[in-house]
Design a protein around this ligand. Structure first.
Ligand code: NAG
Ligand code: NAG
Length: 671
């Protein structure tokens, strides 16, 4: 009997673990946007559907497709840009399977119709795993220093603007000084690479210190020697800030250093961070530990930058070699390969109709030898680059302060029908600043940290473009913004992104535009003049229209002091500054936790079309706060608890809270 039960259990386990992940075609990113109806996405010739797939295992995965078509034909299949066996289909409606080679973690899977229209219903991917519901599916584990073992001093919690703990994740960090002090982490998973978020003091002249931090194993072996510099942190004076300490108001305290460990450290072992050769105080905020895969291999038919004279040791400038390889690949319709190495460059690269690949962002790094001397740029609108694909490398700038007159982004310009995946961008002004109009840009799996302005900005006339599964930390402005200046941005989506510590402005901001959405976001710790999510008519944007959606997200310790209006804004907020908000804004399924100011804030002139549903606000001074605006907002199933002052803080009788059903915990009012 027991044997039979065990067998049954095994069968059940096998069935459960082998059940595929089903991805609906209408939820994929269709380029160019075809009609989606009856839960089906129609691909005409040349259209593609881009799916995001998470797996826990490298290798071949069966991918099965349910479709309907009046003709026979085939779909071109690309996984992470690599061509797979095509899917050949017959006329009628059917279910058929093919194989795709996928990586551990996040993959892009492109299905491109080579013939007439095919209606895609869904795909089933075997051996795939669900993605995290909120935020990116992270390729690392994060450990806060204050939760680790240490013999230093905890600073914080403190949210006072311009205090050192206020910019730490969770508003706490650990200070260690001298080689006798350490922070020690017990690993939950094997790791071979580490990122340390830290702050060290600036020099009196603002030029910055450079020190060393050793990463030690429990037996005292050095696993990595990380260089920590304060060159890329510390900003002073008024916006957009300077490197002059005598201007006062210091902030932007933290930066990061990353390194591969010289051996893989197993789960349950410890690693220890110890200052080396310096008496400065090291403030350690957190570490991220990675289990980085082996370097990816050069695909056939790619031109390698070293064959054009690029120097992988980073000693000689490789700019001309990159130009050479890019020109040759563009002429011949082939790709560029950036092998393992650190490549010094001093200019931007213009790219169009090209694929550029690296061995992975931990192995293939393009770094700037001077500020503004880097970036991969599409042609300027109205003639955007087409069919650009960038994969698997790092772009590291030399910028130390924000200068808005300089063009300075890891990726910039205009890109239609293009895809970037698994790039790592740091120390440029913006991660990606994209000026439209352009259509159909797919951005997936990026890491953008320690930049001086926006993480990614979709600026004017960007349509049908997405940012997914990307990671943002320590930005100098909005982590993710859509700014519909002059021309509306339309039908764009920011989803499944993780955002930490934007130093100024918001996690996600939608400034005007038509039918855009932000969903499945995790955002924590906004610092100044920003909240977790914002939809506003600001900055001269074309007014919000269609349905704007902010949904399915978690917002932690957000809201911030703000020089306008009430002097602070809430964790989600709406500002009808340039014109009324009178077209639907849907705010659905949010968890707003431990807000610095109100859970939600309404500012502006007139706002009549914001609908909250299924929102929980846990711990905030007020659930909602109103300044000057007139109109109303609608609330269904909005539940507040741990409200420290009153449910509603408003001195504006002409702004009404219309509570439809299921609202509780925020009845009390104050003015
Ligand atoms: C997929 O791969 C498996 C194992 O390599 C193989 O047995 C199967 O026939 C392949 N299926 C298709 C449709 O190519
Ligand atoms: C207001 O108070 C009433 C009566 O106690 C309660 O039923 C309702 O849920 C409260 N509404 C809100 C928004 O707190």
């Amino acid at each position: 009997m027991q044997f039979v039960l065990t067998l049954l259990l095994l069968v059940v386990v096998a069935l459960v673990t082998s059940s595929p992940i089903r991805l609906q075609a209408e939820d994929s990113h269709i380029i160019s946007a075809g009609p989606k109806f009856n839960h089906v996405a129609r691909l005409s010739k040349g259209n593609k559907a881009i799916f995001t797939i998470n797996t826990e295992k490298d290798g071949e995965h069966p991918v099965c497709l349910r479709y309907g078509s009046n003709t026979a034909g085939h779909l071109l299949v690309k996984a992470n840009g690599h061509v797979q066996s095509p899917i050949r289909f017959v006329s009628n409606s059917n279910y058929l399977c093919s194989n795709a080679t996928l990586r551990t973690g996040i993959n892009s899977l492109v299905l491109e119709s080579q013939e007439g229209p095919i209606d895609l219903d869904y795909i089933d991917v075997h051996g795939a795993s669900p993605v995290n519901e909120r935020g990116a599916t992270l390729p690392y584990l994060e450990y806060e220093a204050e939760d680790a073992t240490h013999n230093g001093k905890v600073i914080g919690p403190d949210r006072t603007y311009m205090s050192l703990p206020s910019e730490a994740s969770g508003r706490r960090a650990v200070q260690i000084q001298g080689s006798g002090q350490f922070v020690e982490f017990t690993l939950k998973k094997a790791t071979n690479a580490i990122v340390v978020r830290f702050s060290i003091p600036d020099t009196p002249d603002g030029s910055g210190n450079v020190v060393q931090l050793n990463v030690l194993s429990s037996s005292g072996d050095i696993l990595a020697k990380l260089e920590l510099t304060s060159k890329h942190s510390w900003a002073y004076g008024g916006f957009p800030f300077s490197k002059h300490p005598n201007e006062g108001s210091p902030h932007h305290f933290y930066d990061e250093s990353r390194g591969l460990l010289n051996k893989r450290v197993e789960a349950n072992e410890k690693i220890r961070l110890v200052p080396s050769g310096s008496d400065l105080v090291y403030t350690i905020d957190l570490i991220d530990t990675y289990d980085v895969p082996s370097p990816y291999k050069k695909p056939d038919q790619f031109f390698t930058v070293t064959d054009f004279g690029a120097d992988p040791t980073g000693q000689r400038d490789s700019t001309n070699a990159f130009f050479g390889a890019i020109n040759k690949a563009t002429e011949t319709g082939k790709g560029v390969w950036i092998p393992e190495g650190n490549f010094a460059v001093s200019q931007r690269f213009q790219v169009n109709k090209i694929v550029i690949r690296g061995a992975g962002p931990w192995y293939s790094t393009v770094f700037a030898t001077q500020a503004y001397g880097i970036g991969f740029f599409g042609n300027w609108a109205p003639n955007p680059s087409q069919n650009v694909e960038l994969y698997d490398f790092s772009i590291i700038g030399q910028t130390q302060i924000r200068i808005d007159s300089q063009i300075d982004s890891g990726v910039g310009g205009a890109y239609s029908n293009s895809l970037v995946q698994n790039l790592w961008i740091e120390h440029t002004k913006c991660g990606m600043w994209l000026d439209g109009p352009f259509d159909g840009f797919h951005i997936v799996g990026l890491t953008i940290r320690n930049v001086y302005a926006d993480g990614i900005n979709f600026h004017k006339g960007v349509t049908n473009s997405v940012v997914k599964q990307s990671i943002f930390r320590n930005l100098g402005d909005d982590a993710l913004a859509m700014w519909a200046e002059q021309e509306p941005n339309r039908n764009n989506e920011f989803s499944y992104n993780t955002i930490q510590v934007p130093l100024l402005a918001n996690g996600v901001a939608i400034y005007g535009g038509e039918s855009n959405k932000a969903t499945n976001i995790y955002v924590a710790d906004t610092i100044c003049e920003g909240g977790g999510l914002q939809a506003s008519n600001r900055f001269g944007a074309r007014l919000l229209s269609g349905e704007t959606i902010l949904a399915d997200s978690t917002i932690v310790r957000c809201g911030a002091p703000n020089r306008w209006n009430t002097g602070h804004n809430g964790a989600v907020w709406f500002w009808s500054l340039d014109g009324p908000i009178d077209q639907k804004v849907t705010v659905r399924n949010l968890d707003i936790l431990d807000s610095s100011f109100a859970g939600g804030t309404f500012w502006g002139s007139q706002s009549s079309s914001i609908h909250f549903s299924d929102v929980s606000i846990d711990k905030a001074p007020y659930a909602f706060e109103v300044e000057s605006v007139t109109g109303q907002a609608y609330f269904t199933n909005v539940v507040a608890k741990n409200i420290e002052k009153t449910g509603i803080h408003s001195c504006q009788p002409n702004f009404k809270f219309v509570m439809e059903s299921g609202c509780s915990g925020w009845n009390s009012t104050s003015c």
